[in-house]
Ligand binder design. Structure first.
Ligand code: 2RA
Length: 339
């Protein structure tokens, strides 16, 4: 298979290289793309070194089977036709096509089959905070329909990219050395702070990040669920955490929820409060699973359940989910490999 990565110099782009290698993804040939700034950068993949080409409107994608894109919505929109016109499947990490009715929005543990309806040759990877939440919700939805969700997110610096992670590290150093923290990628100093503002504000007072959790969850789960989110940037490097409250059609027992979550694909239950065992971003970073703990009845709602959910933002929240979509497509349609 010939695989392309667009936006390879970014945090997610770099993770694509690692995940493809880790999972022994069937790559015969790899071609890397980036902006004019990263043109000529060289990255190692398996035992080879590959240099980055500048993304342009040309025939580079002619014999590419699958292209993983993580270069921002503007680039995805601008280059979608160039990438897909010869039959390449574009798995897009940006928000550009997520709510397009002709583009499936896929989290393999939840709605893998939707990936087959890829009419435009594009499959969208959901927003990171939505991905980890729907992985956790699917086994519960299978017990009883979820009618309402309240979620508060604790989102790491990695969601804003590699430079933002670096900025957080630098800020800690600057402050430790008695200097003022330099702010560039975030609205305020993130070190020793929380910023209740991710993406832009919309007319209803929610941010776009919060509305993504509403809209994308409904699309992925094929559900009429109501979602009210509060998204907060926290001084953590690369794993997002979420406090989630759900209301189901019929009450779900904690035992039922635990059993379903323990059996579910992609989930690790860490729920032994008496042994101080619960998920934390420190330990979830750079791992593949979604960790769930602190599962309890919501004392304010007889049909309510509450829990805590942690997942690596760059892996399952981005690169790994995209690669899992590709693996599903290959499994369902091995002829893809013969393009
Ligand atoms: C963030 N949701 O955490 C973004 C990344 N996709 O900022």
């Amino acid at each position: 298979m010939k695989i392309a990565i667009v936006g390879v110099s970014g945090a997610v782009g770099q993770e694509f290289l690692r995940v493809l290698e880790e999972r022994n993804f069937p790559v015969d040939e790899l071609i890397l793309f980036g902006s004019s700034r990263s043109k000529g950068n060289v990255y190692k993949f398996r035992s080879t070194f590959q240099s980055v080409h500048e993304l342009k409107h040309n025939d580079f994608f002619k014999d590419v089977n699958i292209a993983f894109i993580s270069a921002g919505a503007e680039t995805s929109i601008k280059f979608a036709e160039t990438i897909t016109k010869y039959g390449t499947i574009m798995i897009d990490n940006s928000s550009a096509f997520r709510m397009d009715n002709n583009v499936p929005l896929v989290v393999p543990e939840v709605n893998a089959k939707d990936a087959k309806n890829c009419l435009k040759g594009i499959i969208a990877n959901p927003n990171c905070s939505t991905i980890q939440m729907v992985v956790a919700l699917k086994p519960l939805e299978d017990i009883s329909h979820i009618k309402r969700i309240h979620v508060a997110t604790y989102q790491s610096a990695s969601g804003a990219g590699a430079a933002a992670m670096q900025e957080l590290l630098e800020q800690h150093k600057q402050l430790a050395n008695g200097k003022k923290a330099k702010v560039n990628r975030f609205f305020y100093q993130l070190a020793y702070n929380l910023i209740p503002h991710i993406d832009i504000f919309t007319d209803n007072g929610y941010t776009k990040e919060e509305m993504k959790m509403h809209d994308e969850t409904r699309k992925i789960m094929h559900s009429d669920v109501n979602v009210s989110a509060m998204c907060v940037r926290v001084p953590i490097l690369r794993a997002h955490s979420e406090a989630i409250w759900i209301e189901t059609e019929r009450p779900i027992l904690v035992e039922e929820a635990l059993n379903a979550l323990k059996k579910a694909e992609g989930i690790v239950v860490q729920d032994e409060p008496e042994n101080k065992k619960y998920p934390m971003p420190l330990f979830a970073s750079d791992t593949d699973s979604i960790y769930i703990g602190r599962i309890r009845k919501d004392i304010s709602n007889p049909n309510g359940l509450s829990f805590w959910c942690v997942g690596d933002q760059i892996k399952k929240g981005a690169a790994l989910n995209a690669v899992q979509i590709a693996e599903y497509l290959i499994k369902e349609n091995p002829s893809l490999m013969l393009n």
